[in-house]
Design a protein around this ligand. Structure first.
Ligand code: GLN
Length: 481
């Protein structure tokens, strides 16, 4: 099968069917995707490492099953790729950082194990902001990622490589991580679907920690159904992560077809305030109107503490990051600055040379917020705000089944536009950080384009562990689009 136009049309189902019906093999398909990556990626920059050996070994296993006429697992032969914050045994894992430049993990992330157990073929590791800190992928220590829809623009971040790889047809589905929006925002910027599940729904075992109480793993795909399929595969209790929840995982794909008539869709005015681009507002309002036409009831709700979400997020996230990143000391992992004379000089020079500017900024902010004398004023207060935000969602979800909002205040911005203004970069996370603080699931799906043909994302929030309703509403909206 030739690489090129048709490769971008593959879905999880069509790959599986093509292999089951022996129209292609998993190995040939992997080869086609690598060809496409070699053609396209020099201009996009989505991949940091290709894992060809591992991919072809897995593809050969699938091909043997197909040849033997054995029943194929749900993701049989599906070419996927993984954000480089999830560890992969024997395959370099950098977290987008120089400090892990040569780090080859001795074990696998649970989500990756589950994808492979379902038959997926892992093509490689995807570029991201260093330690997932950022909103544009410009904080990668390696190279930026260009948005496939307009290469002068960012793909969003921090999972920019994960969104761009799907948008450019270099993988059928990918995994990303979302601590404050890093799945939903790049999905919105690149015109694909991105899902942040409920906190605890997907094991974080093998996810390189940024802020452990906010970190989530989730899928990117071109359609809601494929995101549902990937979620079904990776979700569920894992004894290796004590925060993974022992809550039954529904068959999200089967649930998609249930009717949405009568479901209540909340709209919070706090998500439509100052700073929202008029074209984004119009597209999201039109999407909500579509949901009404599908038989959903649109209900106003209030999430009154939303305006405090950004400061609370940037305190909790940096506090946890400052603690999590203490482990990179030049002794246990990755980079060690050469020629140090004392231990403390070695620590200092390793961390100075190994971390980029944004990571250092966050370690300093977080250390400050946790220090004696400031702890109550910053960290404790942020935790209280977090509780208020969670209660806002709890109250709203007494009245409605999902909440609809924009994913981001604007479409994709230009590369370089915000790099020297970290505060502007932080403020643009306003609509996504709330779901991380509250732990509720959120999805972003395309809902149109602006006058420059840049994609716009519709965001839906759901109740804790109710990804099924979220996906169902998203799926029925997608079918009308
Ligand atoms: N943009 C946010 C930040 O920089 C979110 C990042 C993320 O979700 N990993 O922290």
């Amino acid at each position: 099968m030739a690489a090129g136009a048709e490769i971008t049309n593959f879905t999880i189902d069509s790959v599986r069917r093509a292999i089951a019906e022996r129209q292609t093999t998993a190995s040939a398909l992997a080869q086609d995707f690598y060809t496409r990556i070699r053609q396209e990626d020099p201009e996009i920059g989505a991949f940091l490492t290709l894992s060809e050996e591992r991919a072809f070994a897995q593809a050969a296993r699938i091909d043997q099953m197909a040849a033997a006429g054995a029943p194929l697992p749900p993701l049989a032969g599906v070419p996927v790729a993984i954000k480089d914050v999830m560890v992969t045994r024997g395959v370099r894992t950098t977290a987008g950082s120089k400090i892990l430049e040569n780090f080859v993990p001795p074990y696998d992330c649970t989500a990756v194990v589950r994808l492979e157990a379902a038959g997926a073929v892992v093509l490689g590791k995807l570029n991201c902001d260093e330690f997932a800190m950022g909103s544009s992928t410009e904080n990668s220590a390696y190279h930026p990622v260009h948005n496939p829809r307009d290469k002068s623009r960012v793909p969003g971040g921090s999972s920019g490589g994960s969104a761009a790889a799907v948008a450019a047809g270099m993988a059928v589905a990918t995994l990303g991580s979302d601590t404050g929006g890093s799945i939903r925002q790049p999905a919105s910027f690149c015109g694909v679907v991105g899902l942040k599940p409920t906190y605890g729904r997907v094991s974080r075992y093998g996810l390189i920690a940024f802020a452990s109480s906010l970190d989530h793993i989730g899928p990117f795909a071109k359609t809601v159904k494929e995101a549902a399929l990937v979620l079904r595969t990776i979700a569920g209790r894992d004894p290796m992560d004590s925060t993974s929840a022992d809550v039954p995982v529904p068959d999200y794909v089967a649930e998609l077809e249930k009717p949405v008539q009568g479901l209540k869709v909340g709209v919070a005015r706090e998500y439509f305030g100052d700073g929202l681009d008029p074209e984004v507002r119009a597209a999201v309002e039109a999407a909500i109107q579509k949901l009404a036409e599908l038989g959903c009831e649109v209900v106003p709700v209030s999430l009154p503490h939303t305006e405090y979400a950004i400061p609370a997020y940037y305190i909790v996230a940096t506090a946890e990051a400052s603690s999590n990143l203490a482990r990179y000391d030049g002794v246990r992992y990755g980079f060690r600055a050469p020629k140090s004379r004392t231990l403390s000089e070695m620590y200092r020079r390793t961390r100075d040379g190994g971390f980029g500017i944004e990571v250092k900024r966050r370690i300093m902010l977080g250390t400050y917020a946790l220090s004696a004398g400031y702890y109550d004023a910053y960290y404790l207060k942020a935790q209280k705000v977090r509780t208020l935000l969670t209660r806002d969602f709890d109250e709203a979800f007494k009245k409605v089944d999902v909440i609809a909002a924009p994913t981001c205040p604007t479409p994709a911005f230009r590369l370089g536009e915000k790099v020297n203004d970290p505060l502007a970069m932080y403020l643009a996370d306003i609509y996504t950080v709330t779901a991380n603080l509250a732990g509720v699931p959120g999805i972003s799906l395309p809902c149109g384009e602006n006058h420059e043909k840049l994609p716009i994302g519709l965001q839906l929030f759901g109740r804790h562990f109710d990804e099924a309703t979220l996906l169902r509403v998203a799926h029925s909206y997608e079918r009308t689009a």
